[in-house]
Design a binder for this molecule. Structure first.
Ligand SMILES: NC(=O)c1ccc[n+]([C@@H]2O[C@H](COP(=O)([O-])OP(=O)(O)OC[C@H]3O[C@@H](n4cnc5c(N)ncnc54)[C@H](O)[C@@H]3O)[C@@H](O)[C@H]2O)c1
Ligand SMILES: O=C(O)CC[C@@H](O)C(=O)O
Length: 411
């Protein structure tokens, strides 16, 4: 077990929103014992109180860590988003507080892709309506409005980790796949770049959305875009609720311009399972509604728990920020025989030389030094041999350098 700046038993790990037990186990195996787990997102006041005592916090999509909440975490050294999306965290505020944020960019992507393919088949067969009718005691045995997906065109908006997997599966089922992305992407199989969003909307029998929440994707599918879709096409959204104008979608479903939809994410989602769900789509038989569970399989959650916890442990034990989403990335070797000093600062001229002066003024030789910066923040890691008391004095001197955001020493 690698040592840290204070006993691991004093490092409080806060895991919210029912994060998989695999995460807690990774911390326990790494020697951490103060682990507080909650099955739900916490109300703001309780969240703030918990954050004040936590060194590491793990959340999923429901916990909003805005700038004020991030700054409650005065002891925080790292944040784990146990999911893909990090839009619930003010990443800039976390960076300026010297806190790297880690997520799980791949672990639940297969689960989302499988759900989307299943829903595409269900929608094309009109199964949601037929099932609802049967539940009400009805019986409408008919092929009307029911289609195979073979030979149909699937339009994927956002051809990233999820979009590409859906494309591969859809081709295996005999679909034609087109995609639209703002980045240049390698087309897998026979998938084709649609050219632009309008062209994709006009050509697709099924449109599925897999973009992140960004200013550019806010309501990127509104009344204008829906009108450009083929009459009788289907729309699936398992990305973020803000991507679709839900009222415009409801209107198009009512007129029949859109034959059916599957929606997993909503502009406003209930805080917890006991809270009511309200949406203009409620009560529409041709809509599959799911409670943001695209990535919620036991396999995905176990993998996410292991992946993000391992990144947090690595940062806490070793200082590596590899794959942090908001932070200069540094991959570090072990530091046997020396103390490791972590210095996070505003990226202004002169900080590095002042850091080096702290060591040279005390006649301490630097064994290794690693530096990464981005336009706002610099992250310097220094390995140097010193006794523990001297290491504490060095850390205090480093903390006194103007522009310092956070310091830590790993013994
Ligand atoms: N429903 C769920 O439970 C669930 C689970 C996992 C992920 N998600 C959501 O799905 C999103 C996509 O996941 P992913 O793993 O495929 O992410 P990804 O980053 O691998 O892919 C996103 C793709 O969208 C593209 N993109 C970004 N802005 C765009 C725009 N304006 N127009 C067109 N393309 C754009 C990117 O270039 C990228 O290729 C995540 O950001 C997350 O919000 C939801
Ligand atoms: O698990 C969650 O709460 C969110 C899952 C998904 O939206 C993600 O971004 O990975």
């Amino acid at each position: 077990m690698s040592p840290t700046s204070f006993p691991k038993s004093d490092i409080r790990v806060l895991l919210l929103e029912g994060i998989s037990p695999t995460a807690a186990q990774i911390f326990v195996d790494a020697g951490y014992s103060d682990i507080r787990r909650f099955e739900k997102a916490l109300p703001p006041e309780q969240l703030a109180a918990e954050l004040r005592e936590a060194h590491i916090v793990g959340i999923r999509s429901r916990t909003k860590l805005d700038a004020a909440m991030v700054n409650e975490g005065r002891k925080l050294i790292a944040i784990g988003a146990f999911c893909i999306g990090t839009n619930q965290i003010d990443l800039g505020a976390a960076k300026l507080a010297g806190i790297p944020v880690f997520n799980a960019p791949y672990s639940n992507t297969r689960s989302v892709a499988e759900l989307v393919i299943a829903e595409a088949i269900m929608l094309m067969r009109g199964i949601p309506q037929k099932s609802a009718e049967c539940h009400r005691g009805g019986w409408s045995k008919s092929a009307s409005g029911s289609h195979e997906i073979r030979g149909k065109t699937l339009g994927i908006v956002g051809y990233g980790h999820i979009g590409t997997q859906i494309g591969v599966m859809a081709e295996a089922l005999g679909m034609h796949v087109i995609y639209h992305d703002i980045e240049t992407k390698l087309a897998l199989g026979n998938a084709r770049n649609a050219g632009d969003l309008d062209a994709l909307l006009a050509m697709s029998d099924i449109v599925t959305l897999h973009v992140p929440e960004t200013p550019a994707t806010q309501r990127m599918i509104g009344a204008t875009q829906i009108a450009k879709m083929k009459p009788g096409a289907h729309l699936l959204n398992a990305s973020r609720g803000t991507v679709v104008d839900i009222d415009a979608l409801a209107d198009a479903l009512r007129t029949g311009h859109i034959a059916g939809a599957a929606v997993d994410v909503f502009p406003l989602e209930p805080e917890g399972n006991a809270d009511p769900f309200v949406s203009p789509l409620c009560g529409m038989d041709n809509v599959i509604l799911t409670p943001h569970i695209g990535g919620s399989t036991l396999e995905a959650q176990d993998n996410i728990g292991a992946e993000v916890a391992a990144k947090l442990v690595r940062y806490s034990d070793n200082g590596s920020t590899l794959s942090a989403v908001n932070f200069p990335e540094v991959t570090l070797p072990g530091h046997v025989g020396s103390h490791r000093f972590l210095h996070i600062h505003r990226n202004v001229p002169g900080v590095l030389s002042r850091i080096n002066e702290v060591f040279s003024a005390r006649g301490i030789n630097i064994d290794g030094q690693y530096l990464r910066t981005d336009p706002e923040v610099g992250y310097v890691v220094i390995d140097a041999a010193s006794d523990r008391e001297e290491a504490n004095r060095l850390r205090e001197a480093l903390a006194g350098i103007e522009g310092t955001l956070r310091t830590r020493v790993l013994y």
